[in-house]
Write a protein that binds this ligand. Structure first.
Ligand SMILES: [Zn+2]
Length: 699
């Protein structure tokens, strides 16, 4: 090797440059784990560029194939195209959230147009769609397995739902609609923000602060100082508005705040009323051109619900008993308020937050500091791992030889009951400047089988729990324990995946189904049998007292019916706007009031309007989808009731949950999977029962 020519030397140098990019070479680590210790920022851009080039070449090869389109050479080939790019994106975009810096933010900005360009290269590729459609047309004579059949139908639908089937003229119209819509959604969001920022409540007399605790006064004084003002400033951002409404005893000021909050973007320079109508109109047109009767039909089609009728039926079933129960709850708060000095006959909406908080203080006083000493982080983690052991036989072995992406990250080899490797699990618990807030589960790699070789998943769980110090351990609140269980539930969904095609495995399921595995785990946080198995006072070693657990449980369902009605109102309004076949005659506030009147629990305030600042459905991705929150709650309540019936550690129920739900991803229709586990369709009664809402009204 010493007698190397100049030419060969250059080639070797070029080659070794690529070889040194750990994002572009096969990992030598166990299970092919990402070599986080070798990845540096300068590796991303060249890796993305190469990844995109390779992915495009793979798409081109599918299109250029002279053989007639088959499931293998088209659908499966498309599923497997772009794997290098997926691997790079999986690492980059996850670290962009969990361990980022300015350079990575810049890379994200630079790469975004190139990624969009690649996505369009696939989704607008007409010859590619012709091949997909040719296979789809023969779908019933191909002898496909159920997961293959579903992959074929889903692939075809993805393209069709983005207009691939339209005539050239209709494609142009559709493109125009989509473009107009995205501009309007953007404008809507800007108006909500501007309207929120436009209002402040400036107070200069201490007497006006009656009821407000010290921390609320301090941040209001801080806000005033920032604006160069004397006194105190409150605004409509939640950290300012929420506590003001909760604690202030000044009814008139609360009324002013409430009115400002609930008339956002109604009139004035940030008026959204006309934009709502335009957005609804465009969505009607989009649904029409794609062949759907309404936008709600289009939006629900690829979810578990499948039809607006199924969504409305769920809403109705929950609403019927919740409405009288919510009215009773409000009556209870009013009675309490009157006993405590409230002099009016009715509670106005701006009175409610204050009096419901006082009621809660009086009946369900529960302080975080009472519970925290029992929830040492290490004990909680052991308990959660132990729960996965009890239910599914999983074991977690820490692997110090596999690098994490930060020194705080712990890597576990997850072993199945029979000792088989199931997944790598990256646990990243503590806050740092490079991590965004909140908690989430994600994957660096999903489970798949490619060319007969199985790839087990790399799952990551990220939280922001307080870091332990030499003097004090990390202690979780009960909420944080619940969060840990929630994200761990998503993690199990990812870890136990047993499919073939990555787009169908793990958490790649319908949006109204994806929260079932996570929300069901939250239930264990309220089970004495689970809690008493591990919760010990970190100083005295005393077990968690039963009456504290009972208090947590009682507090959980406080105002359950009222909160449920509020959520259902949003769902009803969302479905009403998106089930139109033409724009309503009435103006936006009148339409909204007519829709919501039957579900009212509080006196109507004529000027108020939700639709002008309902960003979830008019600026975000939840149009005809707000119901998903309740849908998921029904699923988990109904699913967990089987554990309650047979025992919360029952292995048979767990086995069935694993076989029918956790391992299946979306290899089959989620509604079918659910029925196979539970023996029936999701029953709203289970959620009512869980929330303590009587099924038949007893007035
Ligand atoms: Zn979740």
């Amino acid at each position: 090797m010493r007698h190397i020519s100049l030419m060969a030397g250059i080639m070797l140098a070029v080659l070794s440059c690529t070889m040194e990019n750990p994002l572009l070479t096969e990992s030598k680590l166990p299970y092919g784990a990402p070599p986080f210790d070798k990845i540096r920022n300068e590796h991303y851009m060249p890796a993305f560029e190469q990844g995109i080039a390779r992915a495009k070449a793979e798409i081109d090869a599918i299109v250029a194939n002279p053989a007639a389109p088959t499931f293998e050479n088209t659908i499966e080939a498309l599923e497997n195209a772009g794997q290098a790019l997926d691997r790079i994106s999986g690492i980059f975009y996850n670290l962009l959230e969990a361990d980022t810096d300015d350079e990575m933010q810049q890379i994200a900005e630079d790469i975004s147009p190139k990624m969009t360009e690649y996505e369009m290269y696939v989704s607008l590729n007409e010859p590619l769609f012709r091949r997909i459609k040719a296979v789809w047309e023969q779908r019933d004579s191909l002898g496909l397995d159920p997961d293959q059949y579903k992959l074929l139908v889903d692939t075809y639908q993805d393209f069709a739902r983005s207009g691939a089937n339209l005539s050239p003229a209709d494609k142009e119209t559709y493109g125009k609609y989509e473009e107009e819509l995205s501009l309007l959604e953007l404008e809507y969001g800007k108006h909500v923000l501007a309207a929120t920022n436009a209002f402040t409540l400036h107070l200069t007399e201490e007497a006006q602060l009656a009821g407000l605790p010290g921390f609320v006064r301090e941040s209001a004084a801080e806000a005033a100082k920032e604006k160069g003002l004397e006194g105190w400033v409150f605004d409509l951002s939640y950290p300012s508005y929420g506590p003001f409404m909760k604690y202030s005893t000044d009814r008139e000021l609360k009324r002013q705040m409430y009115m400002a909050y609930n008339t956002k973007a109604v009139g004035g320079e940030n008026d959204n009323r006309d934009i709502v109508r335009k957005i609804v109109d465009l969505r009607i047109k989009i649904a029409r051109i794609l062949g759907y009767e309404t936008y709600a039909d289009y939006a629900t089609e690829d979810r578990m619900a499948k039809t607006p009728a199924a969504v409305n039926a769920l809403i109705d079933k929950l609403m019927a008993p919740s409405l009288p129960a919510a009215r009773q709850e409000v009556a209870g708060i009013l009675a309490f308020a009157r006993e405590n000095g409230f002099e009016d006959e009715v509670l106005q909406p701006w009175d409610f937050s204050y009096w419901s908080e006082r009621y809660k203080d009086a009946h369900y006083a529960l302080n975080d500091t009472l519970l925290k000493p029992y929830f040492r982080l290490e004990d909680c983690i052991d308990a959660v791992f132990g729960l996965a052991g009890k239910l599914y036989g999983l074991r977690f072995e820490e692997r110090s030889d596999i690098p994490g992406y930060h020194k705080d990250v712990k890597v576990f080899d997850v072993k199945d009951e029979d000792g088989k490797h199931l997944a790598l699990f990256y646990a990243d618990f503590f806050p740092r400047a490079s991590k965004r807030g909140g908690a989430w589960m994600t994957e660096f790699r999903g489970q798949s089988i490619v060319d007969g070789v199985e790839r087990r998943p790399f799952i990551s769980l990220v939280t922001n729990f307080t870091k332990p110090t030499a003097q004090s351990p990390s202690l979780l609140t009960h909420d944080e324990l619940t969060t840990l269980l929630h994200e761990f539930g998503h993690s199990l969904h990812g870890m136990m995946a047993e499919g073939r095609y990555e787009s169908q495995t793990g958490t790649n399921v319908a949006r109204d189904f994806v929260e079932l595995p996570s929300q069901i785990m939250e239930n264990w946080a309220y089970e004495p049998e689970f809690l008493q198995g591990f919760a010990r006072h970190y100083q005295t070693g005393a077990p968690l007292p039963g009456e504290l657990i009972a208090k947590v449980e009682a507090a959980k369902n406080y105002l359950a019916a009222y909160s449920q009605v509020r959520q259902l109102q949003f769902g009803i309004l969302d479905m009403a706007w998106h089930s139109r076949t033409s724009l309503p005659e009435a103006d936006v506030p009148s339409f909204e009031k007519a829709v919501l009147a039957p579900a009212a629990v509080m006196p109507d305030v004529p000027e108020c309007c939700i639709s002008t600042s309902f960003s979830h459905i008019f600026a975000g991705g939840y149009s005809a989808g707000y119901y998903s929150y309740k849908w998921a709650e029904v699923l988990e309540a109904d699913a967990f009731s089987l554990f309650q019936e047979k025992g919360i550690f029952n292995r048979e129920v767990a086995r069935s949950f694993r076989d029918n739900i956790l391992s299946k991803g979306s290899t089959e229709d989620e509604a079918v999977l659910y029925r196979r586990f539970r023996g029936h369709d999701p029953q709203p009664e289970a959620l009512l029962h869980k929330l303590g809402i009587p099924e038949t009204e007893s007035l």
